[in-house]
Design a binder for this molecule. Structure first.
Ligand SMILES: [Zn+2]
Length: 219
């Protein structure tokens, strides 16, 4: 079974000035305080559930560290890696979907192009397309991973309209990621949750003129 790695962005454990441990949640909507970490903690398990029976999935997070455990991810040897974040802008009016790839990675750009196209269509937002890292964001992960790796920035979490689309269409977002994985890996014919392989431990006898002349055994 092919392997896929999905990453929930942010959520790194940090200590505040009083020594209290807290999870770093990433960008936050200024009105309802919804965070990147919160959103992607709901989205990623949904995607993983849909991939069950088709791919072996590793879900990763930064845990106590400032970047994900890329040694562990590389040892898992996935076909592709998608790290889930949400975008954020200074003026709260920017909108749309984009996906970030490591500069010069042809496969990364291909995957980012597919994901941005499908996710923007699913959320009904503008497709901003595949982009190289802006001011090096995500480079720590993108540069250390062997498999094609991208960052999905599905929408701007500080834009109320974008966040509504993200929340109301989370299931469509998850479907768009499954579709993108199929498209990138050429697995369009892979059916979700296929029936288990039937037990074929049976023998078919080849008979000619009433005489058994051979047998075929299925396992
Ligand atoms: Zn982020």
């Amino acid at each position: 079974m092919k392997k896929i790695c999905l990453i929930i962005g942010h959520g790194q454990y940090k200590k505040d000035k009083n020594g209290q441990t807290y999870r770093e949640p990433g960008a936050t909507n200024p009105h309802n305080k919804y965070t990147e970490f919160q959103y992607n903690s709901e989205l990623v398990p949904k995607i993983s559930e849909k991939l069950k029976g088709q791919y072996e999935v590793l879900i990763e997070n930064r845990g106590n560290n400032s970047i994900e455990d890329t040694s562990k991810i590389n040892a898992f040897n996935p076909e592709l890696i998608i790290s889930f974040h949400c975008n954020d802008s200074e003026n709260d009016t920017a909108t749309g979907t984009e996906a970030i790839y490591y500069p010069g990675s042809v496969k990364g750009k291909g995957l980012a192009t597919i994901v941005s196209k499908n996710v923007s269509a699913a959320l009904g937002l503008k497709n901003r397309g595949a982009k190289e890292p802006w001011q090096g964001r995500g480079n720590g992960l993108l540069s250390r991973t062997k498999a094609p790796c991208i960052i999905s920035e599905g929408f701007f979490i500080d834009n109320d309209n974008d966040l509504s689309a993200g929340l109301n269409k989370m299931n469509d977002y998850a479907d768009a990621i499954v579709k993108s994985i199929h498209e990138f890996l050429g697995d369009e014919t892979v059916q979700p949750n296929p029936d288990p392989v039937p037990d074929l431990d049976e023998t078919i006898y080849i008979v000619k003129n009433g005489q058994k002349i051979g047998e075929i055994k299925y396992y």
